[in-house]
Design a protein around this ligand. Structure first.
Ligand code: HEM
Length: 368
Protein backbone atom coordinates (compact mmCIF):
# COMPACT_ATOMS: atom_id res chain seq x y z
CA UNK A 1 0.00 0.00 0.00
CA UNK A 2 1.18 3.53 -0.76
CA UNK A 3 2.35 5.45 2.31
CA UNK A 4 -0.01 8.35 3.08
CA UNK A 5 1.40 11.86 2.82
CA UNK A 6 1.33 13.54 6.20
CA UNK A 7 2.42 17.17 6.65
CA UNK A 8 5.70 17.83 8.45
CA UNK A 9 5.70 18.12 12.22
CA UNK A 10 5.67 21.78 13.27
CA UNK A 11 9.34 22.75 13.77
CA UNK A 12 8.52 25.12 16.65
CA UNK A 13 9.50 23.27 19.84
CA UNK A 14 6.92 22.40 22.48
CA UNK A 15 7.13 24.86 25.40
CA UNK A 16 6.57 22.03 27.93
CA UNK A 17 7.15 18.27 28.03
CA UNK A 18 4.99 16.05 25.84
CA UNK A 19 3.51 14.12 28.78
CA UNK A 20 2.29 17.32 30.39
CA UNK A 21 0.40 18.35 27.25
CA UNK A 22 -1.06 14.87 27.11
CA UNK A 23 -2.29 15.01 30.71
CA UNK A 24 -3.74 18.48 30.16
CA UNK A 25 -5.41 17.35 26.93
CA UNK A 26 -7.15 14.46 28.66
CA UNK A 27 -8.12 16.45 31.77
CA UNK A 28 -9.53 19.39 29.82
CA UNK A 29 -11.28 17.06 27.37
CA UNK A 30 -13.06 15.37 30.30
CA UNK A 31 -14.18 18.77 31.60
CA UNK A 32 -15.34 19.81 28.14
CA UNK A 33 -17.28 16.63 27.57
CA UNK A 34 -18.96 16.81 31.00
CA UNK A 35 -20.12 20.38 30.33
CA UNK A 36 -21.25 19.31 26.85
CA UNK A 37 -23.23 16.44 28.37
CA UNK A 38 -25.03 18.72 30.83
CA UNK A 39 -25.76 21.19 28.06
CA UNK A 40 -26.69 18.95 25.11
CA UNK A 41 -28.15 16.09 27.14
CA UNK A 42 -29.91 18.64 29.35
CA UNK A 43 -31.53 20.23 26.30
CA UNK A 44 -32.81 16.80 25.16
CA UNK A 45 -34.17 15.99 28.63
CA UNK A 46 -35.83 19.40 28.84
CA UNK A 47 -37.40 18.92 25.42
CA UNK A 48 -38.87 15.53 26.37
CA UNK A 49 -40.08 16.95 29.71
CA UNK A 50 -41.89 19.66 27.75
CA UNK A 51 -43.71 17.04 25.72
CA UNK A 52 -44.68 15.28 28.95
CA UNK A 53 -45.74 18.66 30.33
CA UNK A 54 -48.79 18.60 28.07
CA UNK A 55 -50.25 15.93 30.35
CA UNK A 56 -48.57 16.82 33.64
CA UNK A 57 -47.65 20.51 34.18
CA UNK A 58 -45.02 19.69 36.84
CA UNK A 59 -42.86 18.48 33.95
CA UNK A 60 -43.11 21.96 32.44
CA UNK A 61 -41.64 23.35 35.62
CA UNK A 62 -38.89 20.73 35.51
CA UNK A 63 -38.16 21.51 31.87
CA UNK A 64 -37.98 25.23 32.53
CA UNK A 65 -35.66 24.71 35.52
CA UNK A 66 -33.29 22.67 33.36
CA UNK A 67 -33.47 25.01 30.36
CA UNK A 68 -32.55 28.01 32.50
CA UNK A 69 -29.18 26.42 33.23
CA UNK A 70 -28.34 25.50 29.66
CA UNK A 71 -26.96 28.82 28.34
CA UNK A 72 -24.42 28.77 31.21
CA UNK A 73 -23.49 25.18 30.41
CA UNK A 74 -23.12 26.10 26.75
CA UNK A 75 -20.71 28.89 27.70
CA UNK A 76 -18.83 26.37 29.85
CA UNK A 77 -18.72 23.85 26.98
CA UNK A 78 -17.16 26.41 24.67
CA UNK A 79 -14.67 27.75 27.20
CA UNK A 80 -13.68 24.25 28.26
CA UNK A 81 -13.44 23.22 24.59
CA UNK A 82 -10.85 25.86 23.77
CA UNK A 83 -8.27 24.28 26.08
CA UNK A 84 -8.22 20.79 24.51
CA UNK A 85 -8.44 22.44 21.09
CA UNK A 86 -5.15 24.19 21.76
CA UNK A 87 -3.52 21.03 23.13
CA UNK A 88 -4.73 18.91 20.22
CA UNK A 89 -3.29 21.43 17.77
CA UNK A 90 0.04 21.52 19.58
CA UNK A 91 0.41 17.74 19.68
CA UNK A 92 -1.43 16.53 16.60
CA UNK A 93 -1.45 19.60 14.36
CA UNK A 94 -0.32 17.80 11.22
CA UNK A 95 -3.30 15.43 11.43
CA UNK A 96 -5.91 17.74 12.85
CA UNK A 97 -5.30 20.65 10.46
CA UNK A 98 -5.46 18.32 7.47
CA UNK A 99 -8.79 16.81 8.46
CA UNK A 100 -10.12 20.29 9.31
CA UNK A 101 -9.24 21.45 5.78
CA UNK A 102 -10.87 18.42 4.18
CA UNK A 103 -14.11 19.23 5.99
CA UNK A 104 -13.60 22.99 6.05
CA UNK A 105 -17.21 24.02 5.36
CA UNK A 106 -18.89 21.93 8.03
CA UNK A 107 -16.08 22.99 10.36
CA UNK A 108 -16.77 26.68 9.66
CA UNK A 109 -20.49 26.00 10.02
CA UNK A 110 -19.94 25.18 13.70
CA UNK A 111 -19.85 28.91 14.53
CA UNK A 112 -23.16 29.91 12.84
CA UNK A 113 -24.84 26.78 14.18
CA UNK A 114 -23.55 27.51 17.65
CA UNK A 115 -24.83 31.08 17.43
CA UNK A 116 -28.28 29.93 16.34
CA UNK A 117 -28.41 27.25 19.04
CA UNK A 118 -27.37 29.84 21.61
CA UNK A 119 -30.11 32.27 20.54
CA UNK A 120 -32.72 29.53 20.66
CA UNK A 121 -31.66 28.46 24.14
CA UNK A 122 -31.66 32.04 25.42
CA UNK A 123 -35.13 32.67 24.01
CA UNK A 124 -36.46 29.54 25.70
CA UNK A 125 -34.54 30.08 28.95
CA UNK A 126 -35.85 33.62 29.43
CA UNK A 127 -39.40 32.92 28.30
CA UNK A 128 -40.68 31.71 31.67
CA UNK A 129 -43.09 28.85 32.26
CA UNK A 130 -46.05 30.54 30.55
CA UNK A 131 -44.57 30.39 27.11
CA UNK A 132 -42.77 27.15 27.83
CA UNK A 133 -45.12 25.01 25.76
CA UNK A 134 -45.04 27.23 22.69
CA UNK A 135 -41.25 27.37 22.73
CA UNK A 136 -40.91 23.62 22.52
CA UNK A 137 -40.02 23.79 18.84
CA UNK A 138 -37.38 26.47 19.30
CA UNK A 139 -35.79 24.19 21.85
CA UNK A 140 -35.93 21.32 19.39
CA UNK A 141 -34.22 23.55 16.78
CA UNK A 142 -31.36 24.22 19.20
CA UNK A 143 -31.05 20.51 19.97
CA UNK A 144 -30.78 19.76 16.24
CA UNK A 145 -28.07 22.41 15.75
CA UNK A 146 -26.11 21.07 18.72
CA UNK A 147 -26.51 17.55 17.39
CA UNK A 148 -24.97 18.65 14.08
CA UNK A 149 -22.08 20.40 15.83
CA UNK A 150 -21.29 17.29 17.84
CA UNK A 151 -21.42 15.24 14.67
CA UNK A 152 -18.94 17.56 12.96
CA UNK A 153 -16.60 17.15 15.94
CA UNK A 154 -16.72 13.38 15.80
CA UNK A 155 -16.28 13.55 12.04
CA UNK A 156 -13.17 15.69 12.35
CA UNK A 157 -11.65 13.77 15.26
CA UNK A 158 -12.06 10.49 13.39
CA UNK A 159 -11.01 11.84 9.98
CA UNK A 160 -7.73 13.01 11.52
CA UNK A 161 -7.05 9.36 12.36
CA UNK A 162 -7.26 8.24 8.71
CA UNK A 163 -4.32 9.74 6.80
CA UNK A 164 -4.65 6.88 4.30
CA UNK A 165 -8.10 8.19 3.26
CA UNK A 166 -7.17 11.87 2.93
CA UNK A 167 -5.89 12.07 -0.63
CA UNK A 168 -8.62 9.90 -2.16
CA UNK A 169 -11.25 11.96 -0.38
CA UNK A 170 -9.68 15.23 -1.40
CA UNK A 171 -9.24 14.32 -5.08
CA UNK A 172 -12.76 12.86 -5.25
CA UNK A 173 -14.13 16.14 -3.88
CA UNK A 174 -11.81 19.09 -3.24
CA UNK A 175 -14.67 21.42 -2.22
CA UNK A 176 -14.15 21.11 1.56
CA UNK A 177 -17.31 19.12 2.19
CA UNK A 178 -15.61 15.84 3.11
CA UNK A 179 -17.11 14.55 6.30
CA UNK A 180 -15.69 11.26 7.45
CA UNK A 181 -18.37 9.15 5.74
CA UNK A 182 -17.26 5.62 5.04
CA UNK A 183 -15.52 5.18 8.37
CA UNK A 184 -17.37 2.36 10.18
CA UNK A 185 -16.64 3.86 13.61
CA UNK A 186 -18.16 7.28 12.78
CA UNK A 187 -21.83 6.68 13.60
CA UNK A 188 -21.40 4.27 16.56
CA UNK A 189 -18.77 6.54 18.08
CA UNK A 190 -21.01 9.57 17.78
CA UNK A 191 -24.01 7.66 19.13
CA UNK A 192 -21.82 6.64 22.06
CA UNK A 193 -21.32 10.34 22.86
CA UNK A 194 -24.98 11.28 22.34
CA UNK A 195 -26.34 8.48 24.53
CA UNK A 196 -23.74 9.30 27.20
CA UNK A 197 -24.85 12.93 27.10
CA UNK A 198 -28.45 12.02 27.99
CA UNK A 199 -27.34 9.67 30.78
CA UNK A 200 -24.97 12.18 32.37
CA UNK A 201 -27.48 15.00 32.02
CA UNK A 202 -29.90 12.68 33.83
CA UNK A 203 -27.53 12.57 36.78
CA UNK A 204 -27.24 16.36 36.66
CA UNK A 205 -31.05 16.75 36.77
CA UNK A 206 -31.23 14.26 39.65
CA UNK A 207 -28.53 16.27 41.43
CA UNK A 208 -30.56 19.50 41.20
CA UNK A 209 -33.16 17.62 43.29
CA UNK A 210 -30.67 17.73 46.20
CA UNK A 211 -31.24 21.49 46.47
CA UNK A 212 -35.01 21.12 46.74
CA UNK A 213 -34.98 18.16 49.10
CA UNK A 214 -35.70 20.07 52.31
CA UNK A 215 -38.17 22.59 50.94
CA UNK A 216 -40.13 20.83 48.21
CA UNK A 217 -39.80 17.08 48.66
CA UNK A 218 -42.30 16.05 45.98
CA UNK A 219 -40.64 18.14 43.29
CA UNK A 220 -37.16 17.02 44.44
CA UNK A 221 -38.33 13.44 44.07
CA UNK A 222 -39.62 14.15 40.56
CA UNK A 223 -36.24 15.61 39.55
CA UNK A 224 -34.44 12.63 41.02
CA UNK A 225 -36.74 10.04 39.47
CA UNK A 226 -36.79 11.68 36.04
CA UNK A 227 -33.00 12.16 36.02
CA UNK A 228 -32.32 8.67 37.39
CA UNK A 229 -34.45 7.02 34.69
CA UNK A 230 -32.53 8.81 31.95
CA UNK A 231 -29.30 7.71 33.55
CA UNK A 232 -30.46 4.14 33.93
CA UNK A 233 -31.90 3.65 30.44
CA UNK A 234 -29.12 5.69 28.81
CA UNK A 235 -26.39 3.65 30.46
CA UNK A 236 -28.12 0.37 29.70
CA UNK A 237 -28.43 1.46 26.05
CA UNK A 238 -24.76 2.36 26.20
CA UNK A 239 -23.85 -1.27 26.81
CA UNK A 240 -25.35 -2.04 23.37
CA UNK A 241 -24.02 1.07 21.60
CA UNK A 242 -20.59 0.54 23.19
CA UNK A 243 -20.42 -3.03 21.89
CA UNK A 244 -21.43 -1.88 18.40
CA UNK A 245 -18.71 0.81 18.60
CA UNK A 246 -16.10 -1.77 19.64
CA UNK A 247 -17.12 -4.09 16.82
CA UNK A 248 -16.94 -1.22 14.31
CA UNK A 249 -13.25 -0.75 15.09
CA UNK A 250 -10.64 -2.55 13.01
CA UNK A 251 -10.04 -5.91 14.71
CA UNK A 252 -6.51 -5.15 15.93
CA UNK A 253 -7.72 -1.92 17.54
CA UNK A 254 -10.62 -3.68 19.22
CA UNK A 255 -8.25 -6.33 20.54
CA UNK A 256 -6.31 -3.62 22.41
CA UNK A 257 -9.20 -3.62 24.90
CA UNK A 258 -9.53 -7.40 24.91
CA UNK A 259 -6.15 -8.30 26.30
CA UNK A 260 -3.66 -7.21 23.63
CA UNK A 261 -2.76 -4.05 25.56
CA UNK A 262 -2.88 -4.74 29.30
CA UNK A 263 -3.32 -1.15 30.60
CA UNK A 264 -5.98 -0.45 27.94
CA UNK A 265 -7.83 -3.67 28.81
CA UNK A 266 -7.71 -3.03 32.56
CA UNK A 267 -8.85 0.56 32.14
CA UNK A 268 -11.67 -0.31 29.81
CA UNK A 269 -13.05 -3.20 31.85
CA UNK A 270 -12.73 -1.31 35.11
CA UNK A 271 -14.76 1.47 33.52
CA UNK A 272 -17.41 -1.04 32.43
CA UNK A 273 -17.58 -2.58 35.92
CA UNK A 274 -17.85 0.85 37.56
CA UNK A 275 -20.63 1.76 35.12
CA UNK A 276 -22.50 -1.39 36.16
CA UNK A 277 -21.97 -0.33 39.79
CA UNK A 278 -23.39 3.11 39.04
CA UNK A 279 -26.45 1.61 37.31
CA UNK A 280 -27.10 -0.65 40.30
CA UNK A 281 -26.74 2.31 42.68
CA UNK A 282 -29.17 4.48 40.70
CA UNK A 283 -31.63 1.56 40.37
CA UNK A 284 -31.53 1.07 44.16
CA UNK A 285 -31.90 4.82 44.71
CA UNK A 286 -35.10 4.81 42.69
CA UNK A 287 -36.62 2.30 45.11
CA UNK A 288 -35.49 4.07 48.30
CA UNK A 289 -37.29 6.82 50.22
CA UNK A 290 -34.10 8.84 50.20
CA UNK A 291 -32.12 8.22 46.99
CA UNK A 292 -29.41 10.79 47.76
CA UNK A 293 -26.63 8.47 49.07
CA UNK A 294 -27.06 6.19 46.04
CA UNK A 295 -27.06 9.12 43.65
CA UNK A 296 -23.93 10.54 45.25
CA UNK A 297 -22.18 7.19 44.84
CA UNK A 298 -23.32 6.97 41.19
CA UNK A 299 -21.93 10.46 40.49
CA UNK A 300 -18.49 9.59 41.79
CA UNK A 301 -18.44 6.27 39.95
CA UNK A 302 -19.54 7.98 36.74
CA UNK A 303 -16.85 10.65 37.04
CA UNK A 304 -14.24 7.88 37.20
CA UNK A 305 -15.87 6.06 34.26
CA UNK A 306 -15.69 9.21 32.10
CA UNK A 307 -12.04 9.73 33.00
CA UNK A 308 -11.12 6.11 32.22
CA UNK A 309 -13.02 6.20 28.94
CA UNK A 310 -11.23 9.41 27.94
CA UNK A 311 -7.87 7.72 28.56
CA UNK A 312 -9.04 4.68 26.56
CA UNK A 313 -10.02 7.08 23.76
CA UNK A 314 -6.50 8.49 23.79
CA UNK A 315 -4.96 5.01 23.63
CA UNK A 316 -7.18 4.32 20.63
CA UNK A 317 -6.10 7.55 18.93
CA UNK A 318 -2.44 6.64 19.38
CA UNK A 319 -3.10 3.17 17.93
CA UNK A 320 -4.66 4.78 14.85
CA UNK A 321 -1.60 6.98 14.33
CA UNK A 322 1.46 4.73 14.09
CA UNK A 323 3.18 7.51 12.11
CA UNK A 324 2.95 9.81 15.13
CA UNK A 325 6.06 9.57 17.24
CA UNK A 326 6.28 11.87 20.27
CA UNK A 327 10.07 11.80 20.08
CA UNK A 328 9.83 13.70 16.77
CA UNK A 329 8.53 16.70 18.70
CA UNK A 330 11.21 19.11 19.81
CA UNK A 331 10.84 20.25 23.41
CA UNK A 332 12.23 23.47 24.82
CA UNK A 333 10.59 23.93 28.17
CA UNK A 334 9.83 27.56 29.03
CA UNK A 335 9.88 27.21 32.79
CA UNK A 336 8.71 30.68 33.73
CA UNK A 337 5.71 30.57 31.38
CA UNK A 338 4.95 27.01 32.42
CA UNK A 339 4.98 27.91 36.12
CA UNK A 340 2.67 30.85 35.46
CA UNK A 341 0.36 28.67 33.39
CA UNK A 342 0.14 25.97 36.05
CA UNK A 343 -0.57 28.49 38.81
CA UNK A 344 -3.32 30.07 36.71
CA UNK A 345 -4.68 26.66 35.72
CA UNK A 346 -5.01 25.52 39.34
CA UNK A 347 -6.39 28.90 40.43
CA UNK A 348 -8.86 28.79 37.53
CA UNK A 349 -9.93 25.28 38.59
CA UNK A 350 -10.55 26.44 42.16
CA UNK A 351 -12.51 29.43 40.88
CA UNK A 352 -14.67 27.11 38.79
CA UNK A 353 -15.49 24.97 41.83
CA UNK A 354 -16.45 28.08 43.83
CA UNK A 355 -18.53 29.40 40.91
CA UNK A 356 -20.37 26.11 40.39
CA UNK A 357 -21.23 25.81 44.09
CA UNK A 358 -22.53 29.36 44.21
CA UNK A 359 -24.34 28.91 40.93
CA UNK A 360 -26.30 25.91 42.15
CA UNK A 361 -26.89 27.35 45.61
CA UNK A 362 -28.04 30.69 44.16
CA UNK A 363 -30.15 29.40 41.29
CA UNK A 364 -32.14 27.23 43.67
CA UNK A 365 -32.28 29.44 46.73
CA UNK A 366 -35.05 31.69 45.39
CA UNK A 367 -37.17 28.98 43.81
CA UNK A 368 -38.07 26.73 46.68
C1 HEM B 1 -21.32 23.34 21.63
C2 HEM B 1 -21.44 22.19 21.10
C3 HEM B 1 -20.40 21.12 21.14
C4 HEM B 1 -20.65 19.80 21.14
C5 HEM B 1 -22.01 19.16 21.07
C6 HEM B 1 -19.38 19.12 21.20
C7 HEM B 1 -19.23 17.75 21.20
C8 HEM B 1 -18.05 17.08 21.16
C9 HEM B 1 -17.90 15.67 20.97
C10 HEM B 1 -19.04 14.68 20.78
C11 HEM B 1 -16.59 15.39 20.97
C12 HEM B 1 -15.94 14.01 20.84
C13 HEM B 1 -15.55 13.74 19.41
C14 HEM B 1 -14.94 12.39 19.25
O1 HEM B 1 -13.89 12.09 19.83
O2 HEM B 1 -15.49 11.58 18.50
C15 HEM B 1 -15.88 16.63 21.18
C16 HEM B 1 -14.54 16.74 21.24
C17 HEM B 1 -13.88 17.94 21.29
N1 HEM B 1 -14.45 19.19 21.36
FE1 HEM B 1 -16.41 19.62 21.50
N2 HEM B 1 -18.38 20.03 21.25
C18 HEM B 1 -18.95 21.27 21.20
C19 HEM B 1 -18.29 22.48 21.18
C20 HEM B 1 -16.93 22.62 21.18
C21 HEM B 1 -16.23 23.87 21.04
C22 HEM B 1 -16.90 25.20 20.83
C23 HEM B 1 -14.90 23.58 21.11
C24 HEM B 1 -13.72 24.49 21.03
C25 HEM B 1 -13.74 25.76 21.22
C26 HEM B 1 -14.76 22.15 21.28
C27 HEM B 1 -13.57 21.47 21.36
C28 HEM B 1 -13.44 20.10 21.34
C29 HEM B 1 -12.18 19.42 21.27
C30 HEM B 1 -10.82 20.06 21.18
C31 HEM B 1 -12.45 18.05 21.26
C32 HEM B 1 -11.47 16.88 21.14
C33 HEM B 1 -10.45 16.81 22.20
C34 HEM B 1 -9.57 15.62 21.99
O3 HEM B 1 -9.43 15.14 20.87
O4 HEM B 1 -9.03 15.10 22.97
N3 HEM B 1 -16.01 21.61 21.30
N4 HEM B 1 -16.81 17.64 21.29
Amino acid sequence: MMQPTIPQVDPIPLPAPYWLFKVLLIVTFVLHILAMNFMFGGAILAFVARLKGKKDPTYLRLSQDVVKKIPSFLAATITLGVAPLLFVQVLFGQYFYTSSILMAWPWFLVIPLLTLAYYGLYIVAFSGEKKAASHTWILLGSVVFLFLIGFFYTSNFTLMLRPEAWSSKYFADPSGWNLNWGDPQLIPRYLHFVVAATAIAGLMVAFTGFFKWNRDRAYARLLMDYGSRWYLYGTLAQFVVGIVFLLALPKEKMMLFMGKNVPATLLFWMAVILAVGAVVAVGRGLRRDDPRPQLRLAMWLTAVVVLFMAIARDILRMAFLPSFRPEQLQVQTQYSVLALFLILFVAGGILWVVMIRRYFAFSHADEA
